[in-house]
Write a protein that binds this ligand. Structure first.
Ligand code: FAD
Length: 512
């Protein structure tokens, strides 16, 4: 078996990789993580996806252990503002569909809408987010009773039946610090130094890396977590990068960390994505500040204009804060595992922050790495299978994000008009045609694992409003009384939760 792993990079991907591998393999492998003090981390990436709880569970970290250390809050979904028209909002919740007489509640809703708000008529989370509720009662129990939090085994992304109805927001720097301490306590060797050379043998395999002050570090498996620089995979191994820019044009971002008094502002339990003239602005509420940033396409606006739009959006609290301008490399490495090098995180690929999938990709990659971990014969089949899983996951998310822009009803300037005429992946175009007569289902969405389930596609189509959808004719012949009872039940449960759940602010202030 391989026993010597070198991770290069100490951002979220470096420390998630090192801590996960040490949780999986214990002292049966030796892990060294090298990070530069000179090259900073990206400094963003603070909203997550509902699968992330499996990561912390796998590490044996209950929420009360890691959340306070990372100023973390709950995220019940994403609030999309102004994607359909100014003043409109809807939620993409982390809550699964109810099914009545074999049809999704959203199918019944399309036939006979209760109100303008599918997200409140069919799901509880719409109401919880509008009212800034915590997903937990003060005794710690979750709003959704079906979730069992006591399991005897460690779960991974493949256990689809154990998905959670929430994710987290956290401070990215605090999380990296927390995972560093976790890893180092479990034996990860931490070297703070610059990698100045990547040495390869005549087959192109990495033999060692050379650091500025700590000499050469040899290893068997090298994990490239160097961010968009992609020092090992891109620079040394020269693996081609397949850009997604033809279908996802947002290529830059400008970000601010805004201190806030959450007692006054409250704590929204969701990420907000507010559509703008040339992209969208994220708002991520943490316990002591908001993380916010404008993701935009440089073909449609300049960095100066984007920064001033963001400052105006934030208001006086943005004065004197330093903005972080970021160039995004959108797309993926053709292969993320080449020879004895695996790229994880931004060095492997990135779509864009909409739907918060960067950290999900990292989690998916490290889980797959454990599942495909090679022996010293370096079985080619394992490498190919890993690359297929990673590529499919990113390509699938790319499709889902392209749909966001294409299906958004907004068409009020060149940026938004072009989202309707720009090329979209052929398979997605076919699927969209199909969804106009029958809403997305397991057999009609992107067919490989990419984190998103059919209900997410349904929510986006209903919320974005730019694609005409027809109710299923069969529903006209079916007795709708059970569906009506279910809508009543959703409304009743939502009312009850609204009066019994604490606000997210109240929940966290009690534990602080
Ligand atoms: P980085 O954070 O860039 O870390 C790179 C590391 O490599 C650093 O430690 C650096 O010191 C080290 N390094 C570089 N060169 C050398 C060298 N020569 N020697 C030694 N060390 C070196 N993801 C989400 O899930 N949710 C979000 O809300 C989200 N928002 C985002 C918003 C934007 C604008 C962007 C660009 C990304 C966002 N992401 C998000 C993605 C997320 O930020 C990343 O997936 C995550 O931070 C991981 O980054 P990384 O560790 O791969 O790279």
């Amino acid at each position: 078996m391989l026993q010597n792993i070198v991770v290069v990079g100490g951002g979220t991907s470096g420390w998630m990789t090192a801590s996960y591998l040490s949780a999986a393999f214990g002292d049966r492998v030796s892990i060294t993580l090298v990070e530069s003090a000179r090259v900073g981390t990206i400094g963003v990436g603070e909203a997550t996806f509902s699968t992330v709880r499996h990561f912390f569970d796998y590490l044996g970290l209950p929420e009360d252990k890691w959340m306070p250390a990372c100023n973390a809050t709950y995220k019940l979904g994403i609030r999309f503002e102004n994607w359909r028209e100014q003043g409109h909002h809807f939620y993409h919740p982390f809550e699964r569909q109810r099914v009545v007489d074999g049809f999704n509640l959203t199918d019944w809703w399309l036939r006979d809408p209760r109100s303008e708000r599918f997200d409140k008529d069919c799901f509880l989370i719409g109401t919880l987010c509008d009212n800034e509720k915590s997903p937990r009662h003060l005794d710690g129990s979750l709003f959704e009773k079906a979730i069992s939090e006591k399991r005897l085994y460690r779960t991974t992304l493949s256990e689809q039946n154990t998905q959670f109805p929430y994710a987290y927001h956290f401070d990215a720097s605090l999380l990296a610090d927390f995972l560093r301490d976790y890893g180092v306590e479990r034996g990860v060797k931490h070297v703070v130094d610059d990698v100045v050379h990547v040495a390869q043998d005549d087959r192109g395999w990495i033999t060692h890396i050379t650091t500025r002050n700590h000499g050469d570090l040899a290893g068997e498996l090298f994990v490239d977590c160097t961010g968009f620089r992609s020092l090992l995979m891109g620079e040394a191994l020269d693996e081609p990068f397949d850009s997604y820019k033809d279908t996802l044009p947002n290529d830059r971002a400008v970000a601010l960390r805004v201190p806030v008094d959450t007692e006054r502002t409250g704590l929204r339990p969701c990420t907000t994505a507010t559509a703008q003239e040339a992209g969208w602005i994220w708002t991520i509420p943490l316990l002591d500040r908001i993380g916010t940033g404008y993701v935009y396409a440089s073909d449609y606006t300049s960095p100066e204009e984007a920064e001033s739009t963001l400052r105006e959006f934030v208001g006086p609290a943005a004065e004197d804060l330093e903005a972080n301008h970021i160039r995004m490399r959108i797309g993926r490495s053709r292969r993320s595992w080449v020879h004895n090098c695996v790229a994880v995180g931004l060095s492997s690929g990135f779509v864009e922050p909409l739907e918060s999938t960067g950290i999900f990709f990292i989690q998916h990659a490290v889980e797959q790495l454990v599942k495909h971990f090679p022996a010293s014969d370096w079985d080619e089949g394992l490498r190919n299978s890993y690359n297929q899983a990673v590529n499919r996951c990113m390509d699938g998310v790319r499709e889902f994000l392209v749909l966001h822009y294409y299906a958004a009803a907004r068409e009020d300037n060149d940026y938004w008009r072009d989202t309707k005429t720009r090329k979209i992946p052929d398979a997605l175009a076919e699927r969209i045609e199909q969804w106009q007569t029958k809403m997305p289902a397991t057999e009609s969405i992107y067919p490989h694992y990419h984190g998103f389930e059919p209900y997410s596609y349904v929510c986006m189509l209903l919320g974005l409003g730019g694609i005409p959808l027809k109710p299923l004719p069969a529903l006209e012949l079916l007795d709708p009384s059970s569906a009506h009872r279910e809508f009543d039940l959703v409304a009743e449960e939502a009312r009850q939760l609204e009066s019994t759940l604490p606000s997210q602010y109240e929940y966290f202030s009690r534990f602080r």
